[in-house]
Ligand binder design. Structure first.
Ligand code: UD1
Length: 363
């Protein structure tokens, strides 16, 4: 059984790595890693591939950046060429990025079965490109592997038969469990005056927060307000760097106890996150990682597709205006403790491979 495991953007690599390693131990399948090239900077791609023990991709489509339509179309064209030359029996797509949607659509049209890892998450907000990617990918997928009960419920409510759905848990936690023993030996220099356990980590890259200079300025002012209670360390995503350069906010933030850094590879980033007193983010994966680590998380969004991080974990949604009040509460020790959701245990890749083994006679 020839399987394509498809990655494109940073979070895909973190989710695909444990599954790639697990499938390599199963004699009934042969797995090839396909990288679309949506992310190409070293810190967003090659460094993570190396740190997670992934091989160089078997196929690299080198699509690069572009508008949503350009990028999606380019991935589809190049992935179609590949599938026509070297047809797999199954395409596994992960997460909710443009590469996920583009490869699911291409494979489905070629009648290649599609499996979606991290299926069923819904924010209910169709202004997010990821929500469109999730909805369409799940309509097309033959197998849906979900991380939490809300995801199963969303799929069933959309009319997807139970037989296609298997709850496997959170694959991102597999990578976190695997990297944890290595973190002590990872070198990470904290900025001057910043002490482990006493700083806030910031990550922002969602279009709603960083594409418009006015909205970004509101967020930056909120961060400056929050930094009165604890210094902040802010690794800047390439998408965010553009608006930072245009807005002139970098100097104001530096003067307000906020250290801006380049994007960090996975291990360094996890070490920085593990050492944080709290996290301010708009990332999906970071909401999950903080819940697992038991670190207070403030999500600068109106909605989340990961509600279990609110109901069981340490996460709260926050408007920019409420941010410094929340940070003050956290540094004073007033925050919920949270618990680890079921099946966020480091064994998700095994459950995915077992499920595939059960289903493999149908491919
Ligand atoms: C993408 C995903 C998002 C995910 C994020 C994780 C979509 C729609 N969005 O967002 O869900 O949370 O990855 O990082 O798929 N750029 C670089 N170097 C790179 C890649 C991008 O400089 O290696 C810059 C380019 O200017 C590019 C911009 O970042 O236009 C945005 O990149 P893109 O892949 O379109 O989306 P992300 O914002 O990274």
């Amino acid at each position: 059984m020839k399987i394509y495991l498809i990655v494109g953007a940073r979070p895909n690599l973190i989710k695909a790595a444990p599954l790639w390693k697990e499938l390599k131990t199963r004699p009934w399948c042969e797995t090839a890693l396909v990288h679309t090239g949506q992310h190409y900077d070293a810190a967003l791609s090659d460094d993570i591939i190396r740190q997670l023990g992934l091989p160089d991709p078997d196929h690299h489509l080198a699509v690069g950046s572009g508008s949503h339509a350009e990028q999606t179309a380019k991935i589809m064209t190049r992935f179609e060429d590949l599938c026509l030359k070297d047809r797999p029996n199954l395409a596994i797509v992960v997460g909710d990025v443009n590469s996920t949607l583009a490869c699911a659509l291409t494979a489905a049209k070629l009648c290649i079965p599609v499996a979606h890892l991290e299926a069923g998450l819904r924010s209910g907000d169709r202004s997010m490109p990821e929500e469109i990617n999730r909805l369409v990918t799940d309509r097309l997928a033959d197998i849906m592997w979900t991380p939490s009960p809300d995801a199963d419920e969303n799929l069933l409510a959309e009319g997807i038969p139970q037989s296609r759905i298997t709850r496997v848990g959170n694959i991102m936690i597999d990578s976190l469990v695997q990297i944890t023993p290595l973190l002590d030996s990872v070198r990470l220099d904290l900025p001057d005056g910043v002490t482990a356990g006493e700083y806030g980590l910031v990550t922002l890259h969602r279009p709603v927060n960083v594409d418009d200079a006015d909205s970004f300025a509101v967020v930056c002012e909120a961060l400056i307000g929050a930094a009165r209670f604890a210094p902040l360390v802010f690794p800047v995503h390439p998408r965010t760097q553009g608006v930072l350069d245009r807005s002139g906010m970098a100097d104001r933030m530096a003067a307000g106890r906020i250290t801006l850094t380049k994007p960090l590879p996975y291990a360094e980033f996890m070490k920085l996150q593990r050492g944080a007193r709290f996290v301010i983010t708009d990332s999906g994966g970071v909401q999950e990682e903080t819940t697992y680590l038991g670190i207070p998380c403030l999500t600068l969004r109106d909605t989340t597709e990961r509600p279990v991080t609110l109901t069981e974990g340490t996460n709260e949604l926050s408007a920019p205006a409420a941010l410094s009040g929340h940070v003050e509460a956290i540094v004073q020790g007033h925050w919920k403790k949270g618990r680890t959701p079921d099946l966020w245990d480091g064994d998700t890749a095994k459950r995915v491979a077992d499920d595939l083994e059960r289903r493999k006679s149908s491919f």
